[in-house]
Ligand binder design. Structure first.
Ligand SMILES: Cc1cc2nc3c(=O)[nH]c(=O)nc-3n(C[C@H](O)[C@H](O)[C@H](O)COP(=O)(O)OP(=O)(O)OC[C@H]3O[C@@H](n4cnc5c(N)ncnc54)[C@H](O)[C@@H]3O)c2cc1C
Length: 466
């Protein structure tokens, strides 16, 4: 047994790992310099490749998923559940997961034909089913979007109309997807909430993300997959035709040529490790653009085009992520509401506005706000700015537009999350960006509603690969 990292997790040698309790709370497998071994056999594409140099490969796998956040876990679980082919999920950190509001969104806000809408609606159904089946903490709280003026009401009526066409009745959710409440009706149910009218979303709820991620991790192992923490992917090369060994290779591999495999290099506490993977899924969240750039060496602003100037769909299209921090504020005192309360969102959907959510214990928390930042690893809360009395006054003013009873003295800066955004400051709405080239799937801009959509994203990725 070896012990790695500051979290002093006990890691097992790789071939003893199947079925072991692992990940965020337990042990996980260790990938380290060792004799070249095959993790699991059974995927024909692996045995047909001959171009790679065997001595540089230490492990072989059919599905390599990079990033063990909730989306990576869902994808690895889905691929492992296929039963044919081995699955390895790796993460550079000793623990995983973004801070979120834990909301199961209904899929109301985004353009009707966007992936965000489609995958959120499908993902929410799948999420409720999974939670019920495996007893994961969740609660269909319902949500109100509260309007304060005529402009807000016009927006809410439009949203409600859109929802009627989009969110069709299902067995689980037979009723209307949204409906409106008057001020009087609002007061009868939530006396602390102030507004002219509210749009009700009965399908919205909350989920215990920690329990969800643990379940996914257990199921990955149940299906024979593996999770290896503290494995940082540092390089990816395409093997075989069109890859590193191709005679015409000029720096940007043509992934459209016949698939063979990828050589993925990782940094681990025991030294570098090389894995040969038949398929690779880049689910690295804030780092996804960097993972892609390991394969695609072109400038991130250039989209590959063919001779006629048309975009070449066979090439991997680069993207650039912007980091958008969101701070949460805790509330000391009994909850003033019994459901989630949102203001009308920002016009460009950069965020949904500082809203109040409840956790499963019924505690209120506010946020997240929006701050574009340069660093993707700084989750700290600056006591001089975000945590200052002035900041509490400012955020309270925003909250008081719909919940006037909240006082600055009851709020405290709690924690922060960082969104991987495709849209920079002031830029219009951007959808999830999911692309596949010959066995390499890349996920860009998986911000909210990424948690809600996670199971549907996994289904989508499986469809892209098979
Ligand atoms: C503040 C905030 C609130 C949110 N609230 C909600 C909500 O209420 N409802 C909702 O549906 N969605 C919400 N979201 C969105 C949702 O949380 C995300 O979409 C989701 O968590 C993304 O999961 P992920 O697995 O894609 O990324 P992450 O959780 O970021 O995981 C990516 C993983 O990749 C690993 N990684 C990176 N580089 C490497 C490398 N080189 N090698 C190995 N591993 C690597 C990282 O260590 C990380 O663990 C929220 C997001 C934020 C930021």
């Amino acid at each position: 047994m070896k012990t790695f990292g500051s979290s002093a997790k006990r890691l097992r040698p790789v071939f003893m790992a199947h079925g072991a309790s692992s990940g965020m709370n337990g042990s996980c497998i260790a990938l380290g310099p060792t004799k070249p071994r095959r993790i699991h056999t059974g995927h024909s594409s692996l045995s047909t490749v001959s171009e790679y140099t065997p001595e540089t490969i230490e492990y072989e796998v059919d599905h390599l998923v990079i990033g063990a956040g909730v989306v990576g876990l869902a994808i690895a679980e889905r691929l492992a559940a296929r039963g044919s082919g081995s699955t390895l999920l790796v993460d550079k950190n000793p623990g995983t997961g973004q801070e979120t509001s834990e909301v199961i969104h209904a899929g109301l806000y985004y353009p009707a034909d966007s992936l965000k809408t489609r995958l959120c609606i499908r993902g929410s159904e799948m999420m409720y089913d999974l939670c019920e089946k495996y007893n994961i903490g969740h609660h269909q709280t319902t949500k109100w979007v509260v309007g304060q003026n005529d402009e807000d009401l016009t927006y809410l009526e439009g949203l409600s109309k859109k929802a009627q066409g989009l969110l069709l009745p299902t067995k689980r959710m037979p009723g209307p997807p949204t409906f409106m409440l008057t001020r009087k009706q609002m007061f009868a149910q939530e006396p602390h909430v102030q507004g002219k009218a509210a749009l009700v979303s009965p399908r919205t709820g909350i989920v215990d993300v920690h329990e969800l991620m643990q379940l996914l991790e257990t199921r990955i192992q149940h299906h024979g997959g593996d999770l290896a923490l503290q494995c940082e992917v540092t390089n990816i090369e395409k093997l075989g035709p069109g890859g590193r060994e191709a005679a015409d290779w000029e720096g940007t591999p043509d992934l459209s040529k016949s698939a063979s495999a990828f050589r993925v290099t990782m940094k681990t506490p025991s030294g570098p490790v090389t894995v040969k993977a038949a398929t690779v899924v880049n689910s690295a969240g804030l780092h996804a653009d960097k993972i892609d750039s390991m394969l695609n060496t072109r400038s991130s602003s250039v989209i590959r085009t063919d001779r006629d100037g048309d975009e070449d769909a066979s090439a991997l299209r680069p993207f650039k992520l912007h980091y958008c921090k969101g701070h949460y504020y805790g509330y000391s005192g009994p909850a003033l509401v019994s459901r989630l309360i949102y203001p009308v969102p920002y016009k460009d959907l950069v965020g949904l506005g500082t809203h109040v959510t409840l956790d499963l214990a019924g505690r209120m928390r506010f946020g997240p706000d929006i701050e574009y930042v340069d660093r993707l690893d700084d989750y700290s809360i600056d006591p001089a700015t975000v945590g200052s009395p002035l900041a509490m006054e400012t955020v309270t003013k925003v909250i008081q537009t719909y919940l006037p009873a909240v006082k600055p003295s009851s709020l405290y800066a709690d924690y922060a999350g960082i969104r991987p955004k495709l849209a920079g400051p002031g830029e219009p709405f951007r959808d999830f960006f999911i692309q596949q080239c010959s066995g390499y799937v890349s996920l860009g801009g998986i911000e909210s509603p990424g948690l809600t959509s996670s199971l549907a994203i996994a289904e989508y990725v499986e469809d892209l690969l098979y």
